[in-house]
Design a protein around this ligand. Sequence first.
Ligand code: ZN
Length: 227
Amino acid sequence: MRDDAALVLLSGGQDSATCLAWALARFAHVETLGFDYGQRHRAELSRRDALRAGMAGPALAEDHMLDLGVLGALSDTALTREAEIAFRADGLPTTFVPGRNLIFLGFAAALAMRRGLRHIVLGVCETDYSGYPDCRDDSIKAMQVALNLGMAARFVLHTPLMWRDKAATWQLAEELGGPALVELIRAESLSCYRGVEDAMHPWGRGCGDCPACDLRARGWRAWRGDG
Ligand code: ZN
């Protein structure tokens, strides 16, 4: 396994785009992985190529896309059906796909094993999405242990955004790549739950009123003081 090589889970949203920049600053060889599971906001996936092109360099290597349509069949949530985006009685948003990140990490580790990549980077965040139990630090640490035991490996799972809010994520992008990287992520990433990519706001693309757009807009305003 290459200790200088990483696999980044790249959905095309602000968080995973920032994680790609973070990995490119640290590792000599970086591959990317996307999942298509029939999500309503799959327009996000189409942003991946523009983000990769904008960060192209000697370290950026192969892109992989896995079809996880079976996950959509297992889920009954607002991301995969025409259901209202709201909060359930247990406090979890209806956008939650149960165990999604645990499933993603299992597939990511299998790919990383085959590709010889020791490091796996994902943009989960406990600060913004505390309602998503599979985004929590303990869940990711437990998954690292499970993957390393179950695959007799020494993967390292990196979550550079775990304790950052959206404003701090913009700050990280500026530290990593200056105004050019901020503009690339602002203009090309898509975090909207409804997948609206043709409406441009000061904070980027999106419908402007789903929870993901609201979070992104508030983070941008907190960081920039405008928008
Ligand atoms: Zn939206």
